[in-house]
Design a protein around this ligand. Structure first.
Ligand code: NAD
Ligand code: UDP
Length: 322
């Protein structure tokens, strides 16, 4: 009988981390989740606590990280990810991308584990080319408000690549584009939960700027499949994973109005500083290297996500903490 592989997933109680825990449990791994719950919620993984092949550590990975026993893989997903989160906790965001990544690379080296980091389309900043291929170096304002996230992630990529070339560590870098699905926090400020929350509470949907900026939304199951394949590939350079189906934020608002049947309208608020004007992944590499492409259409994914948000307790839907 093959021995069970062990994977450490940081950010396990968050949106993406919790779905990754589910996937690796399904594939019969031993999963060690780690999270300090700064933006996560234990309810996302409470169904795993009864399993003998799941363990959880409440720990801040920006401090020294230790886990006993063998580790085959580390997936570093701990980091605030929504603009309102990382603007609220900018220093922790910089630390988890830099010190946290350094700690985990050290752990990966000690355990001879393969490490995959969650990078982001934000490394391209406000891009001057569309769609964005991995070769594009980006257009980031290091001292603007989003710099705390973008530069943490760019440093994270650089130090990961340095461990790969200098120490020969096995590393993988996924550049994740806007992903959505069940377990996002209704009040995390990202556009999809913001619009659905507003529709459920009977409030107007807030478009930032004139709504002509674009995004390309990927359903979480597609993303997890891409990450799973990348981890098991032999490719150490960054790979974009996202859905190239690009839409303006105004059209997206209209889709949410239709989906939810709300009688509310779109209203305009000021555009945040350095908000990228366009974003769409070039997924040529993911297709060629991993045989991966997204399968879930936006209309299917949005239906599932809306059902999830509708099923939350009413007091959670009504509560706004930003
Ligand atoms: P999330 O906020 O739901 O999850 C992040 C998790 O990390 C939370 O549970 C939080 O408590 C935990 N965390 C934060 N700092 C920590 C620390 N110092 N120590 C331990 N745990 C810590 O966000 P998400 O959407 O699930 O994003 C997960 C990862 O994916 C992040 O690294 C993010 O940058 C990356 N990413 C996400 C998207 C997306 O569209 N969701 C896009 C690009 C990149
Ligand atoms: N946005 C918006 N209304 C909101 C929240 C966000 O119009 O209530 C816009 C935001 O300005 C950005 C896009 O939607 O142009 C996506 O924002 P999100 O925070 O989801 O992700 P990111 O900017 O990191 O892609």
């Amino acid at each position: 009988m093959a021995t069970r592989k062990t994977v450490l997933i940081t950010g396990a109680a968050g949106f993406l981390g919790s779905h990754l825990c589910d996937r690796f449990i399904k594939e019969d791994y031993k999963v060690i989740g780690m999270d300090n719950l700064i933006t996560g919620d234990l309810r996302n993984i409470e169904h795993l606590f009864k399993l003998e092949n799941f363990e959880f550590y409440n720990h801040d990975v920006s401090k020294f990280v230790y886990v006993p026993g063998e580790l085959d893989y580390i997936l570093h997903f701990a980091s605030p990810a929504s603009p309102i989160d990382y603007l609220k906790i900018p220093i922790q965001t910089l630390k988890v991308g830099s010190l946290g990544t350094h700690n985990l690379l050290g752990l990966a080296r000690a355990k001879k584990a393969r490490m995959l980091i969650a990078s982001t389309s934000e490394v391209y900043g406000d891009p001057n080319v569309n769609p964005q291929p991995e070769e594009y170096w980006g257009n980031v304002n290091p001292v603007g408000p989003r710099g705390v996230y973008d530069e943490a992630k760019r440093f994270q990529e650089a130090i990961t690549m340095a461990y790969h070339t200098f120490h020969g560590l096995e590393t993988r870098i996924v550049r994740i584009f806007n992903t959505y699905g069940p377990r996002m926090r209704l009040n995390d400020g990202r556009v999809l939960p913001a619009f659905i929350g507003q529709a459920l509470r009977g409030e107007p949907l807030t478009i930032f700027g004139d709504g002509s900026q674009t995004r390309s939304f990927c359903y979480v199951d597609d993303l997890v499949e891409g990450i799973y394949r990348l981890l098991h590939s032999d490719y150490a350079q960054p790979v974009n994973i996202g859905n190239p189906d690009e839409i303006t934020i105004r059209q997206f608002g209209e889709e949410i109005i239709k989906l939810t049947g709300t009688d509310q309208k779109l209203i305009s608020l000021p555009l945040p500083t350095d908000d990228p004007k366009q974003r769409r992944p070039d997924i040529t590499k993911a297709k060629a290297l991993l045989g991966w492409e997204p399968k879930v259409s936006r209309s299917e994914g949005l239906k599932i996500t809306y059902e999830y948000f509708k099923s939350l307790p009413e007091k959670e839907i009504l509560h706004k903490d930003f």
